[in-house]
Design a protein. Structure first.
Length: 213
């Protein structure tokens, strides 16, 4: 009987060890960390969950807060594969190139901050797929083109900052559909009048910066 108990205990211990090893492999360069390590200039085998500013839960990256790290370069398109990500903050990192449309796949994302970089190109309409997004900060970049009317589908959005870019055209009427919006800042662009009446119907809107021509 003692031999049987010892054998069962040994099997349980072995199973526990094997499970831990599997978890380590998932968090290594062969898993989600592979999408992060090249961006933060680490070797492929680096466990990115130990990196300051990166939070992991149940072997998934749920938060990237790398503000003021000055990594530079483009935003990796592979970030769109981080399906459990809730926050992506790359503020003030000297990022360039365009905003990857793949970020629209981040269905769990609640906060996206790409402000104070050198991002150019248009705002991808694919961001409308971010159904859980509450905060969107794209200010102080070099973005141009129109404000996508698809942003009006972000029903949970509370804070929208698009100021200090080179956006042009008219303010989409669809922005008035953002019933949870509290702050809207689209100042210091090249936007034109008229101001859509729908903006004045957003009852939760407390602050609105326009400064249009």
């Amino acid at each position: 009987m003692k031999t049987l108990i010892l054998l069962i205990s040994s099997l349980i211990i072995m199973r526990s060890i094997l499970t831990k090893n599997i978890n380590v492999n998932i968090d290594s360069g062969s898993g989600e960390c592979a999408y992060i390590n090249s961006f933060i200039k680490r070797e492929n085998s680096y466990d990115c969950c130990t990196q300051s500013g990166i939070t992991c839960e149940n072997n998934h990256i749920i938060k990237i807060d790398l503000q003021d790290y000055y990594y530079g370069g483009p935003i990796p398109r592979e970030f769109g594969k981080l399906s459990n990500l809730k926050e992506l903050n790359l503020r003030n990192n000297h990022l360039n190139d365009s905003i990857p449309s793949e970020l629209g796949f981040l269905s769990q994302l609640e906060r996206l901050d790409l402000s104070h970089n050198q991002l150019n190109g248009i705002i991808p309409s694919e961001l409308e797929k971010l159904s859980n997004l509450k905060e969107l900060y794209l200010q102080s970049n070099k973005l141009y083109g129109f404000i996508p009317r698809e942003l009006g589908n972000l029903s949970k959005l509370q804070f929208l900052y698009l100021n200090e870019n080179s956006l042009s055209g008219f303010i989409p009427h669809e922005i008035g559909k953002l019933s949870n919006l509290k702050i809207l800042n689209i100042s210091n662009n090249s936007l034109k009048c008229p101001i859509p009446y729908e903006l004045y119907t957003i009852t939760k809107l407390k602050i609105m910066y326009l400064l249009i021509i």
